[in-house]
Design a protein around this ligand. Structure first.
Ligand SMILES: Cc1cc2nc3c(=O)[nH]c(=O)nc-3n(C[C@H](O)[C@H](O)[C@H](O)COP(=O)(O)OP(=O)(O)OC[C@H]3O[C@@H](n4cnc5c(N)ncnc54)[C@H](O)[C@@H]3O)c2cc1C
Length: 271
């Protein structure tokens, strides 16, 4: 008879170096933050780690600070903490909107920003904010620009034994996020983040393709005129976009334009 019992070691380090040492100890070790993705993956036998390294007892990994126009959010900061942060609301209110729209209360009370960014689900919300804000991923050993971090489907620039410590976001002049969500999970069928800073505009799209990406044509149009009408005539090509039971590629391409217009409206209202 097949055994369905999975056994693994469980570690609860109290410092970042201790966690990194454990992670590098065996090839099959896995960090666990909120566990919202990792635990279902283990339950479905899609991952069989030999060791889990729980990050919940490392205090310096959690918290939100502002310094010199840069907002820093610790890796294990939960979605609910971002959604309820007055500091975030006062400087990048679109991040509050994004965090408050993730999943349901149970997911927001466990899920973390670091886990979301490391996982790089094609429909996750945070990657759009990180890329759209020109954020920086701070790891235990280096700083990675958002443009270099998100590589492909569930793939990032992280080394197997590398750990995210914090996310840094320069406070923009204006930013807005709009998503067309799956009614079941609230993941983004398509989500668009728009940010304006010092005359430059960044537009990051999640949910539509295998990995978050920037919409360069929309960025150029919005740098000419930061208004919804500027992106209204722009349709990104459907080729290469995701097609599934929720939406086909053509519909997703259409949604990118619709969500971009809404994100510009939201950003303009927040200015
Ligand atoms: C029902 C449901 C609905 C959801 N809806 C949404 C949604 O609407 N929008 C959305 O964006 N997300 C959604 N999520 C995802 C959720 O919000 C979490 O962000 C996501 O599950 C990962 O965060 P976590 O902290 O739970 O990570 P975990 O599950 O603990 O870890 C995920 C992966 O990241 C790695 N990891 C964790 N922390 C670090 C770190 N600091 N450094 C390096 N690697 C790390 C782990 O090893 C693992 O491989 C949903 C999840 C569920 C279950």
């Amino acid at each position: 008879m097949t055994s369905f019992v999975t056994s693994f070691d469980f570690h609860r380090p109290e410092t970042v170096p201790a966690a990194v040492a454990l992670l590098g100890g065996t090839a099959e070790s896995k960090l666990v933050a909120g566990g919202m993705t990792l635990l279902p993956t283990i339950k479905q036998r899609l991952a069989t780690p030999s060791a889990l390294i729980d990050l919940s007892k490392i205090p310096q990994l959690s918290g939100i600070t502002l310094d010199g126009g840069v907002l820093t959010i610790g890796a294990t900061t939960r979605h609910v903490d971002v959604a309820e942060s007055e500091l975030v609301r006062g400087h990048i209110p679109a991040l509050v909107v994004l965090a408050a729209g993730i999943g349901d209360p149970a997911v927001r009370n466990r899920g973390t920003i670091g886990g979301s960014v490391a996982n790089n689900d094609p429909s996750a919300d945070y990657p759009a904010a990180v890329l759209g804000l020109d954020g920086t991923i701070v790891t235990d050993r280096r700083e990675i620009a958002a443009d270099d971090f998100f590589i492909g489907l569930f793939e990032t620039a992280l080394q197997p034994d590398e750990m995210i410590v914090a996310l840094r976001f320069p406070v923009p002049a204006a930013a807005g996020y709009a998503k067309f969500k799956s009614p079941a999970s609230r993941y983004a069928t398509v989500g668009v983040w728009v940010a304006k800073n010092a005359g430059k505009v960044r537009v990051a799209v999640t949910g539509a393709g295998p990995c978050v990406f920037r919409a360069g044509q929309m960025e150029a149009a919005l740098e000419q005129a930061f208004e919804p009408a500027a992106v209204a005539p722009i349709k990104i090509p459907a080729a290469g976009l995701n097609s599934d039971i929720h939406a086909d590629a053509e519909y997703r391409a259409h949604l990118v334009t619709v969500m971009a217009k809404k994100a510009v409206v939201a950003a303009t209202q927040a200015m």
